[in-house]
Ligand binder design. Structure first.
Ligand SMILES: CCCCCCCCC/C=C/C(=O)SCCNC(=O)CCNC(=O)[C@H](O)C(C)(C)COP(=O)(O)OP(=O)(O)OC[C@H]1O[C@@H](n2cnc3c(N)ncnc32)[C@H](O)[C@@H]1OP(=O)(O)O
Length: 657
């Protein structure tokens, strides 16, 4: 059973004028005689086999039912007008062959064409006010449910049980109540529906099982009757029907025919071949090869959504030691320099077996020479006259150091001076007076950055002090892992800020204390002493003195010694513990147990002694496993709370200075 009421045949007029015209031409058509297969959609052969004979008045018009072009049906004067309205004003000759009215070619005897009849089927409709066709088992089972008006304008109300009786004399059908149902015997009413019939107009009583608009379970209006061109007064044919199906002048589809697609709804695209869409669409449905071919162009391609929601994020590289991902790393406290640039550097690898090469790069203030065979670079300060640490110098210093850090062939760096008798005169005094506040801030950030980078470097750093090194120059030497000074009493080193009327920043002081101890540092800082080379060696400010001409070789030898040791950069090992917020060395190769190494002292697991970066990493958990081994406090289990480390406090204070 079909789910929809049958479509109106293409040749059924819907306009009242057509009906009136047809009725007016009824007598003329009635003059025609002859046996015909009727209705025209009935198979001719089948009808002939039954020997059907239909009155001439019931015969259809010519190919266009409204046209009187048929010689059997008389003049076509009135029919032409109807024809133009019915067939959209197209001349018959221009109608396409698919038009149901074109089944009979021009010039041929106008006999009913072969067609399909909805006979023997029961059509239950819920077509609402547009009408409904109901049928039964017989050829006349189809019935008009919604009826129009009789010639006098009276509305015809079908009874629950209706008998349709053709009345050739009146050119109409009558029901059992004597009501007029159709004006031409083809089941037409004004605004009504065509019903099929059989070859023999046998009056028959068929109970009505459904009424129009009862909302029953019958078929729905055919593919949206309100949208069908036929319902709007035009012919519903295969070419004219906006849906492109269901037309062709067939009242009903044959049994077993595929159900038509559901009626188009507002905002819902009609069925048709699915258009492949952007593969990035998440719910992209597969293209169905069996989808009916739609006569409509494909739907506009929906705009592709941004690729970001559909593109998976890059996988996060887990911290090898279980540390928090980079994006979870807590930001440094306000005022603290970002340490990200000093952390997370690529692991340093042994030099490649390639032939030994020497590379050098230079800028205005610093000359860098890299011996790839030894994995040692030399940074020579060349900012005459005194290698003052200006903003440009500091910037170039950080850039050069970063280049070496990123160079896998470099494992150690030696800092020395290309200016005779001067290692560095310290911070450039001209940068600290007569400038804007912004410039002071920028300069001071550069100073701290220089210290952090050098102190947290993964490379072994050796200072070859070949000249005087006051204040900031001394700080550079103190920040290195090892200090070798030219054995020249004229060269002095120390933090002389007190002589300038300023106080050395606490991180200057801490670094100094780490090297010479508290008491020496205290006295030296209070006096602002500049210690000659011999004295500097005596108080431990420098590790050894060598003749100036041997300074380079000695620095290289020391570097090789450090690089030969295991661990990152070949530095010594130390076991530290966390106690009262300080990092205390509890032993290690070459390190006295119990000595306070404070910040920057490494621990187990390959930390480098004197490397602040390792302690900072431990504070953030990146070195947690090492602390788990050496730590004694509860906070050292896997990840050391930053509060128990002196490093964050140190950095915080550095930023606040
Ligand atoms: C914002 C927040 C801040 C916050 C402030 C907080 C900062 C605290 C930390 C501060 C750290 C510092 O390093 S403060 C800087 C401390 N540095 C110093 O005190 C250096 C003192 N200088 C010296 O001792 C000597 O100059 C020395 C380096 C040994 C070289 O002696 P020489 O005889 O060979 O040469 P000189 O004739 O003295 O100097 C040559 C020229 O170099 C200049 N010169 C020398 N030192 C200079 C210097 N540090 N900066 C600029 N210019 C310098 C001289 O003025 C001369 O310039 P001309 O006359 O034009 O030829």
């Amino acid at each position: 059973m079909r789910c929809c009421s049958p479509p109106r045949p293409a040749w059924v007029p819907t306009c009242s004028s057509s009906t009136r015209s047809r009725r007016s031409t009824g007598p003329a058509r009635a003059a025609g005689t002859g046996a015909w297969d009727w209705p025209p959609w009935r198979s001719r052969s089948r009808s002939r086999q039954r020997g059907s004979t239909i009155p001439a008045m019931l015969l259809p018009d010519a190919v266009c039912p409204h046209s009187t072009a048929s010689p059997r049906l008389g003049p076509r004067a009135a029919g032409d007008e109807v024809h133009r309205r019915c067939c959209r004003g197209q001349p018959r000759e221009l109608l396409p062959a698919s038009c149901p009215g074109m089944a009979v070619p021009l010039g041929e005897p106008e006999r009913g064409r072969a067609g399909r009849a909805g006979q023997g089927r029961t059509e239950r409709g819920s077509a609402g006010q547009d009408g409904m066709v109901q049928g039964g088992a017989g050829p006349w089972d189809h019935r008009i449910i919604k009826v129009g008006k009789d010639p006098q304008g009276h509305r015809v109300q079908p009874a629950p049980t209706t008998t349709i009786t053709p009345n050739p004399e009146q050119g109409a059908w009558l029901n059992n109540k004597g009501a007029w149902l159709s004006g031409n015997g083809r089941g037409l009413t004004e605004g009504g529906w065509l019903i099929g019939g059989g070859p023999t107009p046998r009056p028959r009583r068929v109970p009505l099982t459904s009424r129009a608009g009862n909302g029953g379970s019958g078929p729905r209006p055919l593919h949206g009757a309100d949208r069908c061109g036929a319902q709007r007064g035009g012919a519903c044919s295969a070419l004219l029907c906006p849906r492109g199906w269901g037309g062709g002048g067939l009242a009903t589809a044959p049994r077993g025919s595929p159900s038509p697609p559901p009626p188009a709804r507002r905002g819902v695209p009609p069925p048709g071949p699915r258009v492949p869409r952007c593969p990035l669409h998440a719910p992209c449905p597969p293209v169905s090869p069996t989808s009916p071919v739609s006569p409509y162009p494909p739907y506009p391609r929906p705009p592709c959504p941004p690729i970001s929601p559909h593109i998976p994020p890059p996988p996060q590289t887990p911290c090898p030691r279980g540390a928090a991902p980079p994006h979870l790393t807590p930001p440094p406290p306000p005022g603290v320099l970002p340490l990200s640039q000093a952390w997370g550097r690529a692991p340093r690898l042994p030099p490649s077996p390639l032939p030994a090469q020497r590379r050098a790069f230079s800028n205005n203030k610093i000359l860098v020479e890299l011996d790839e065979s030894a994995g040692v670079a030399t940074m020579k300060f060349k900012s005459p006259p005194v290698n003052s640490l200006s903003l440009d110098f500091l910037t170039e210093f950080c850039i050069s150091l970063e280049k070496l850090e990123n160079d896998r062939a470099c494992r150690g760096v030696i800092l020395t001076s290309a200016v005779p008798k001067i290692f560095s005169s310290g911070l450039d005094i001209t940068e600290m007076c007569g400038k804007s506040t912004e410039h002071y801030a920028e300069f001071w950030r550069a100073v701290q950055e220089m210290w952090l980078r050098l102190y947290s470097s993964n490379m072994v750093t050796v200072a070859a002090v070949n000249g005087s090194s006051p204040a900031g120059g001394c700080l550079i030497a103190l920040t290195c892992d090892y200090r070798i000074m030219a054995e020249n009493p004229k060269f002095s080193i120390g933090l002389n800020e007190a002589q300038l009327g300023i106080v050395a920043p606490f991180w200057f002081k801490d670094t100094f204390v780490n090297v010479v101890g508290h008491r020496v540092a205290e006295s030296s800082l209070q006096l602002g002493s500049l210690h000659p080379a011999p004295e500097a060696h005596r108080i431990g400010l420098v590790d050894e003195l060598v003749p100036e001409e041997k300074l380079k070789d000695r620095a290289t030898a020391v570097m090789q010694q450090w690089l030969a040791l295991p661990g990152k950069g070949g530095t010594s090992w130390a076991v530290t513990e966390c106690r009262n917020g300080d990092l205390t060395c509890v032993g290690g190769p070459g390190i006295e147990a119990g000595s306070c190494v404070s910040v920057g002292t490494g621990g187990v697991g390959g930390w480098e002694v004197g490397k602040l970066s390792k302690a900072v990493r431990a504070a953030l958990g990146c070195e947690g496993c090492a602390w788990h081994t050496a730590g004694r406090s509860a906070g050292c289990a896997g990840r050391l709370p930053p509060a128990q480390l002196a490093v964050p406090a140190l950095l915080s204070r550095a930023g606040g200075a």
